[in-house]
Ligand binder design. Structure first.
Ligand code: HMG
Ligand code: MG
Length: 298
């Protein structure tokens, strides 16, 4: 059932940085992304075209997208909440547009200032506009495994949103454990149901490591044949509109685990670690990644 090749989607430059108060220089973001492009990663979410008041760290989205080196075989994606964001994203030649919403009403409201029902037509327009612009679209569902405001989120609610996003034309839905609430048994129970309804390739998993369970959750999902996981270098990450949310699964920890399981990611861990040190030095603090700590202690 486990796949022998896994795609890791690097979300560090977006999810990783959006929660950092220390504003990173645009030139450093560009250099970091260029370094990431040299690691063997095939997908990098580089920024967000959201309102700069909501996420000041990524207010240089256009400059970053225009200045990074583009390599063949790598998809450069960005988060886009609405048509205003899409216009800029298309102008900056983003390859894939990621729309996002939450499975819980209160997180959707806190994060994008809309009810769930009012969000659908906005995202549909963005997805259609991206496709007409010759791009592809991805959909995120936040709070898929628990909400900071509402607690448990019914699986049927996640499926309802997943159905809608797939109907709109996204090529994959990334299920976000925004506050790191999930446990392996919850992932197994979820996938047992979800894979009766969706193809495994319709789904990606996006684990935050708030309670130290991100890799355990990846392992559970691997056993169900999931082959796409989001991760952030250094274990950076978090959503400013989800109290208690902390970093994503660290890309280098995930690559190390998969390497040791003889599962291919195509990623050079040494280059990844060097790119991790680069951003750690810019942020001037230790990052949550285990591999980075072990590497820099040598
Ligand atoms: P709003 O205030 O409701 O927007 O924000 P609006 O449509 O009412 O417009 C208000 C003003 O914002 C207008 O300007 C618009 O032009 C401007 P004014 O006329 O007042 O001068 N505006 C924009 N400016 C720049 N770019 C735009 C844009 N849109 C409107 N795209 C909005 C609604 C969605 C824009 C806002 O709530 C927002 O930007 N939210 C972003 C929140 C965010 O980025 N959260 C983190 C990412 S999600 C996440 O981390 C979870 C994930 O990782 C998965 C997981 O872990 O679960 C994906
Ligand atoms: Mg996230």
């Amino acid at each position: 059932m486990r796949k022998q090749k896994i795609q890791i989607k690097e979300v560090g430059p977006r999810d990783g940085l959006q929660n950092e108060d220390e504003i990173i220089e645009t030139a450093d973001k560009i250099e970091w992304i260029d370094r990431l492009s040299n690691t063997g990663l095939t997908y990098i979410e580089i920024t967000s075209f959201v309102h700069p008041k909501w996420i000041p760290q990524l207010s240089d989205a256009r400059e970053v997208a225009k200045a990074i080196k583009r390599y063949q075989g790598i998809t450069y994606a960005a988060l886009v909440p609405n048509m205003k964001g899409l216009d800029t994203a298309l102008e900056a030649n983003i390859d894939e547009v990621s729309v996002f919403m939450s499975a819980s009403e209160s997180h959707n409201q806190a994060n994008i200032n809309k009810s769930i029902i009012d969000t659908f037509p906005i995202l549909e327009e963005v997805v259609q506009g991206a496709i007409q612009g010759g791009k592809t679209a991805r959909g995120y569902i936040s709070t898929a495994f628990g909400c900071p405001y509402e607690g448990e989120v019914p699986v049927e609610q996640v499926f309802r949103i997943c159905d809608k996003l797939l109907e709109m034309g996204v090529r994959e839905v990334s299920l976000g454990d925004t506050i790191g609430a999930a446990s392996p048994n919850q992932i197994e129970d979820f996938l047992e149901l979800a894979l009766k309804r969706y193809k495994s390739t319709d789904l990606a998993l996006h684990f935050h490591d708030t309670r130290g369970m991100a890799l355990a959750n990846v392992l559970a999902a691997l056993d169900y044949g999931i082959e796409t996981f989001d991760a952030a270098l250094g274990g950076l990450g978090g959503c400013p509109y989800a109290p208690g949310a902390s970093g994503n699964a660290a890309t280098e920890d995930l690559v190390q685990m998969l390497n040791q399981m003889n599962i291919n990611t195509g990623i050079d861990i040494q280059k990844l670690l060097q790119a991790g040190v680069f951003m750690r030095d810019k942020l001037q603090k230790n990052l949550p990644s285990h591999m980075l700590a072990a590497y820099t202690a040598q």
